[in-house]
Design a protein around this ligand. Structure first.
Ligand code: SRM
Ligand code: SF4
Length: 648
């Protein structure tokens, strides 16, 4: 029984005190929301996170000595990435009326709206809730958005189970405090869907201390979790949810008649780390065992209770469940979970290998209707000169009332499309400049970057704004080396927290100092193992010179006996030492250089100092020779001048 379980020592971090004093996530947020100020205090900011919002400032607009350009980011909690049409239209409107005119699909299947002023926050959250959405628990020390494969197959029951249980477990672990409705809706309660009756019963059932004596928050108590807690539910063979990176992952196990039997359970994944602090690290999940569907709620509660009661509440940097499992070992962790669970956990069922899937393009969904997965660069939905993505999506959702599923890779899937509407939707997207997936370069399709600057307060380097040029440069380099058909998974983050899961990529860039990234190599194309650091500091200007030898080595030594060994698998197989040795003795062969570059005569031109400095910075940032950029710039200028001499 719970009373006989040893408890963690009580010496808590500052945030534990804030949670305790918050009256179940009410204060000082409620008080400060009513005040006529541009921003919240640090204490209120911490409580606000539990409600799904972060206080940020536009870092592009920072001016020394002046108040920051404060604004709020809102994040939806959307299990399995489901967004009903009315919610999408509300978010689209909020982005324009209160936000920065963009929406952003996140790496956990949510939407973010950036740039909301404090005075508009209440109206924005209320509008989301009234449109069947929620932001409660999208951030903060509790269970975050639960992921599930985004494919809306109507004829594949395993996908239905994954989605259904992602929703049921999200309900089970939703905070029960009335604070959310009190603060944002003046006490009015809106629910997007009725909870499943099993969930209600499971929440109240106390097996061996999984519940606390706390009527307001029976599972969490007033201290909630020691740190964020992340879960996913998937189906055998489908790693669209990056299952090894989650605190808890469940894999649907069905019998031969496709009836749900239960779940394989994995625990202890997590990616956040801090540079130069070896005690922090990215970790992949360990197998815990199999649980029947009848017991799944109790097992999940037992895992939550173990982390709740034994997770580190003194040092936030060591507070994720992965550290508890690392420190204890999986066997001690399993034994403790079993004490809460009240029985032993069965061994894992055998499963096929996991593969990455993104479900983009057109697919018949299994009931005569279609779904369409759209590739969205870094999840950013916006309108620009050449691309009216935001406008097109609004028109489509409005006209056909289509629901969508956001994907764990910052893309989105429109579904329930009638066959007779396919053509019109295709044309609308084409007219708006949205490329069909077949025309998207796979380097871009499989890449992800976190938002970083200017909104993220923790960013050290650019990420979302830098990745397009990095991918373009990689593509050019591959083409130059005769590897134009190659692609691999590239992920970039502006700091080591790992929001775009770079440590699982084949090529991961992790911001370390301005314009400099750690280079991680050796992840798998299916995200089934961790990459490792190849280079601690790669100035982005040296991208080509660093990667060229590795690509050439890959070209020469990749395995031919297996179906096209990928770059990540190759790096993993040969190891960093071999890569480094090859790079150290590599001499570029420029005989293949384009003939127009050969024997080019170079002239001297004098430039004004500030122009030269800007040119040099641009060259460094783009990693291109200075002379090339100068020539391009002058050529563009001259071509626009009236009265040009005729060109040969
Ligand atoms: Fe994250 C903090 C954005 C997924 C690990 N993350 C942040 C904040 C809120 C910065 C902050 O604390 O002030 C970022 C807001 C940036 C902005 O301007 O919007 C931020 N994280 C994101 C998103 C939007 C990135 C994206 O490109 O989509 C993702 C939102 C997902 C969602 O809908 O819930 C996002 N963050 C992740 C993931 C990936 C995942 O969950 O699958 C990770 C790594 C996995 C993990 O948690 O281990 C991740 N974010 C972090 C961490 C490090 C946590 C740790 O254990 O050390 C922080 C910092 C923290 O918690 O102290 C962080
Ligand atoms: Fe910000 Fe770092 Fe997350 Fe990028 S990885 S969004 S820079 S916290």
């Amino acid at each position: 029984m719970v009373n006989s379980l040893p408890k963690a020592p009580i010496k808590r971090s500052k945030l534990e005190g804030l949670k305790e004093r918050s009256q179940y996530l009410r204060e000082p947020l409620k008080l400060e929301l009513g005040q006529d100020t541009t921003h919240f205090s640090e204490e209120a900011v911490q409580i606000l996170k539990f409600h799904g919002s972060y206080q940020q400032d536009n870092r592009d607009n920072r001016i020394k000595g002046q108040e920051k350009d404060y604004q709020l980011m809102l994040r939806t909690r959307s299990p399995g990435g489901f967004i009903p049409p009315q919610l999408y239209l509300t978010l689209d409107r909020l982005a324009d009326t209160y936000g920065n005119h963009t929406l952003r699909v996140t790496t956990r299947q949510g939407f973010q709206v950036h740039g909301i002023l404090k005075r508009n926050l209440k109206a924005a959250i209320a509008a989301i809730v009234k449109s069947m959405g929620s932001t409660l628990g999208a951030c903060g020390d509790l269970n975050r958005n639960i992921m599930a494969p985004p494919a809306p197959f109507a004829n594949r029951p395993e996908y239905g189970y994954a989605y259904e249980y992602a929703n049921r477990l999200a309900d089970l672990l939703t905070p029960q405090t009335g604070a959310y409705y009190e603060i944002w809706l003046d006490g009015e309660k809106f629910l997007s869907a009725e909870e499943h009756p099993e969930v209600k019963v499971a929440r109240q059932r106390n097996t061996n201390g999984t519940n606390l004596e706390d009527p307001e928050e029976p599972i969490y108590g007033e201290h909630y979790m020691p740190r964020k807690f992340k879960m996913a539910v998937t189906v055998p063979g489908d790693n669209s949810v990056d299952l090894f990176t989650q605190d808890v992952s469940l894999v649907v196990i069905a019998d031969e008649h496709q009836n749900l039997e239960g779940f394989n359970v994995y625990v202890g994944g997590g990616l956040g780390r801090t540079h130069n602090k070896e005690e922090t690290f990215a970790r992949t999940a360990d197998p815990l065992g199999f649980v029947t569907k009848a017991d799944v709620y109790d097992l999940v509660k037992a895992i939550v209770a173990t982390q709740r009661d034994y997770g580190d509440r003194t040092q936030r940097r060591h507070a994720r469940m992965k550290y508890l499992i690392h420190d204890w070992g999986i066997d001690q962790f399993r034994q403790t979970v079993e004490r809460y669970f009240g029985k032993s956990i069965a061994p894992l069922r055998s499963l096929p290998a996991f593969r990455y899937q993104d479900f983009l393009g057109w697919h018949e969904q299994g009931d005569g209707q279609w779904f369409l997965g759209l590739s969205i660069d870094n999840g950013r939905i916006l309108d620009t000169d050449g691309l009216q993505l935001k406008q097109a999506l609004r028109q489509i959702v409005e006209a056909y009332q289509l629901p969508m599923r956001l994907t764990p890779h910052q893309n989105l899937i429109l579904y329930n499309i009638q066959p007779e509407h396919k053509q019109a939707i295709h044309q609308l997207l084409e007219g708006a400049g949205v490329k069909p997936v077949e025309d998207v370069d796979p380097l871009f399709r499989y890449a992800m970057a976190c938002p970083a600057l200017p909104t993220c307060g923790l960013a050290i380097t650019e990420s979302e704004r830098a990745i397009p040029s990095v991918l373009q440069r990689l593509r050019l380099l591959l083409e130059r080396l005769g590897l134009g058909q190659e692609h691999f998974v590239v992920r970039m983050t502006g700091c080591p927290n790992g929001c775009a899961r770079p440590y699982m990529a084949e090529v991961g860039f992790v911001g370390i100092t301005p314009e400099t990234y750690q280079l991680w190599l050796g992840g798998s194309p299916h995200q089934t193992r961790l990459a490792s650091v190849y280079l601690h500091k790669l100035p982005i200007a040296e991208l080509e010179s660093t990667l060229e030898p590795l690509f050439v080595y890959f070209q020469q030594a990749r395995r031919q006996d297996i179906d096209s060994e990928s770059f990540g698998d190759f790096c993993h197989r040969v190891g960093h030492e071999a890569l480094q040795q090859f790079a150290a003795t590599y001499t570029p062969d420029r005989s293949q250089a384009k003939s127009k570059d050969k024997g080019r005569i170079r002239y001297r031109v004098n430039l004004r100092e500030p122009v030269y400095t800007r040119l040099k910075e641009t060259a460094q940032f783009q990693g291109r020779p200075l002379a090339e950029i100068a020539s391009d710039a002058i050529e563009t200028y001259l071509s626009q001048l009236p009265g040009q001499p005729p060109q040969n």
